[in-house]
Unconditional design. Structure first.
Length: 135
């Protein structure tokens, strides 16, 4: 296992936690938001450290970093088909082999659950499942 394998696994965990109820389409979309943030980061590279900076940034993906988020204690258990899908999606994202269904989105949220202030300042690029995507 190398660092890219580790970050693929962390990416899979985040997209599983954030969007497993949205099916493959929703998990792909969340994965692309993360990839789009990595691509837009200053000094962009596809190195593990670039993925680390995006995935683990506090408050960005609450299921991994927000104290009190109920997803922080959720872990996939074998055999979890949705986590297997998340791992496949993460592998395709890292390989650059998955077209972006979000139109370049860098943010998303479920507007039926919350309406963050930033949602009024960005353009909607897609609606996939229960999530709205923005850039």
């Amino acid at each position: 296992m190398d660092w890219n394998d580790w970050y693929k696994a962390i990416l899979a965990l985040v997209i599983w936690r954030e969007a497993r109820g949205e099916g493959s389409a929703g998990m792909r979309a969340v994965a692309h938001v993360i990839r789009n943030r990595v691509a837009g980061a200053p000094g962009h590279s596809s190195t593990a450290s670039a993925w680390d900076a995006v995935i683990e940034r506090k408050w960005q993906f609450s299921s991994l970093t927000a104290p009190g988020d109920s997803q922080l204690v959720q872990w996939p258990a074998y055999p979890d088909r949705s986590f297997e899908d998340a791992m496949t999606i993460a592998t395709r994202i890292f390989a650059g082999a998955d077209p972006d269904p979000t139109g370049g989105a860098t943010h998303y949220c479920n507007l039926s659950l919350c309406h963050p202030a930033w949602a009024d300042t960005l353009a909607v690029t897609a609606r996939i499942g229960g999530h709205t995507f923005f850039k």
